[in-house]
Design a protein around this ligand. Structure first.
Ligand code: MV4
Length: 502
């Protein structure tokens, strides 16, 4: 491998270009018309125009990207996250063109891309998964039967969905038929497949994911977990590693399950296995349930890099070159605590509406234990066409409390002029007593924003379960649901990808 085409933009394109340069690999950037002056273009050795601004006419055009690979003589393509990173057809067309796709084989993407296929793979790998169906539900009657078997509340999910899109919580049998029909037609519209399955609803779980890395010699390791429960409308807002509630034993059990799944699907390169973790209020025991597997490098990979000391992109490139992992499971050591804030051009004071425009001033934080993966600069105009993430701010320290306080200090240094950002939003979360006490779960942020008590309920009364189900299904319109929904649809149409996924 001599020359890598980075088929992405923003901070992740810069991240990959940096790793390539350190390894003596030549780099090719691709850009759309609105990204002509983007940072990743100037950092690459060569840059090629793809087309107009919309992602569907540029970063999602696998044919144009392959054409640039041929013209530039690139022998590998790194897809980053989002865009074509989980597109099995694109991975296959790279292989057909004799170009190394830096990621898993198309076959592994296909085995894990459908959520029902992934659940079947989880059964083969003997992983605990959320009770429910592992195939699509052929009819409302069958949905009623399965839901009756596992007990309400249940969660309807689109097999072709993911990241929380097309999910519906159902609190009672009376609500199921309408929810099933709605979920299926929404799935058909959004993902081209109306296949819907259902699971037992896990109330107020934690969303914890395991990073895995597999080479082409049959080796696969896990690199600890990331706590991703602090989300707003299935967009991760703050991620951290390690999780405050995962001890050595649970980490080992989840990690070994994740590795079993990866190996059983012939997985190669970086991947993330998502779990729900819940604590039984009666026995106080923790249970973990397989949710889905993401067949790409994730936005939040830096927090894992900080506590393991391992450069995951460098490892991805070496695996793609056919090298063995070069490290055994028992050599992986986790040290310290890392917290990541995704800095967005959004206005928390106006329903988190995107705030594109010219960045007139940029003062970036620094100092010991601060890492900033930034994709913008003063003088850059944040375009409307893509996900409005500006950078990822990561704070690393010996303990969680020190990492949080370091992050607060760094956020105080951060100045972005000309556009609105969500920086103030993080100060509110990181100062919240429940967050600082790690009393977080997937419903935490919605309740903090709604001004409600965020302390997890001690025992679940029926009305709390119904409230949780209704909140999860979005059937309770929070203040800004409609406005955000309007924004979401605009961004979704503009090809907004990973970076919002749960
Ligand atoms: C669930 C769940 C509870 N019970 N499934 C969210 C996106 C995708 N990764 C799966 N997700 C969930 N699936 C069952 N059976 C809770 C989540 C979940 C979540 C749900 C609503 C609001 C925010 C959430 C954040 C993380 C996970």
């Amino acid at each position: 491998m001599k020359k890598v085409l980075v088929a992405n933009r923003g901070e992740i394109a810069l991240r990959v270009i940096r790793a390539c340069r350190e390894m003596g690999l030549a780099t090719v950037a691709v850009y759309s018309d609105v990204d002509r002056a983007a940072l990743h273009v100037s950092h690459a050795d060569e840059a090629y125009r793809l087309g107009p601004g919309p992602a569907t006419e540029s970063y999602l055009r696998g044919d144009l990207i392959l054409d640039v690979a041929r013209r530039s003589g690139a022998d590998a393509i790194h897809p980053g996250y989002g865009f074509l990173s989980e597109n099995a057809d694109f991975a296959e067309s790279c292989a057909t063109a004799g170009i190394m796709f830096i990621g898993p084989p198309a076959s592994a993407m296909r085995a894990l891309g459908s959520k029902t296929k992934a659940r079947q793979a989880a059964d083969r790998a003997q992983m605990p998964r959320v009770p429910g169906s592992v195939t699509g539900l052929p009819s409302v009657e069958e949905a009623m039967r399965v839901a009756g078997e596992i007990g309400y509340p249940v969660m309807l999910k689109a097999a072709a969905g993911g990241g929380g899109k097309g999910m519906r919580a159902v609190a009672s049998p009376a609500d199921l038929p309408a929810a099933f029909t709605a979920a299926s037609s929404e799935a058909e519209r959004s993902f081209g497949s109306g296949e819907v399955y259902l699971e037992k609803l896990i109330v107020e779980p934690r969303h914890i994911e395991i990073q895995v890395m597999a080479d082409t010699h049959g080796n696969c390791i896990y690199l600890g977990e990331r706590e991703c429960s602090v989300q707003r409308r299935h967009q991760k807002v703050i991620e951290e590693a390690p999780s405050a509630v995962v001890g050595d034993d649970l980490r080992r059990r989840m990690g070994e399950a994740a590795v079993r799944l990866a190996l059983s699907c012939g997985y190669v390169n970086a991947g993330t296995v998502e779990f729900l973790v819940s604590r039984d209020r009666a026995t106080d025991e923790q249970s973990f349930y397989f949710l889905e597997m993401n067949t790409r490098l994730q936005v939040e990979h830096p927090v894992t890099e900080m506590i393991t000391g391992i450069d995951l992109v460098r490892m991805q490139l070496r695996v793609a070159m056919g090298e063995p992992l070069g490290i055994r499971q028992q050599e992986i050591q986790l040290r310290g605590h890392a917290v990541e804030c995704r800095i967005y051009a959004e206005d928390p004071g106006n329903n988190f509406f995107p705030s594109p425009g010219l960045i007139t001033r940029l003062v970036q934080p620094g100092g010991p234990g601060i890492r900033e993966d930034c994709g913008v600069y003063a003088g850059w105009t944040v375009p409307l066409e893509y996900d409005p993430m500006l950078s990822k701010l990561v704070a690393y320290a010996e303990t969680r409390e020190q990492a949080i306080d370091k992050m607060l200090r760094a956020l105080d240094e951060y100045v972005v002029g000309g556009i609105k950002t969500n920086i103030s939003f993080f100060r509110r979360i990181l100062s919240d007593p429940d967050f600082r006490a790690a009393n977080i779960h997937t419903g935490y942020l919605e309740r903090l924003l709604a001004g409600e008590d965020t302390t997890p309920v001690k025992e679940l009364s029926e009305d709390v379960v119904a409230l949780a189900a209704a909140l999860l299904s979005g059937s309770i319109k929070t203040r800004s649901t409609d406005a955000i929904a309007a924004t979401e649809s605009r961004w979704a149409a503009a090809g907004r990808r990973e970076g919002v996924g749960a």
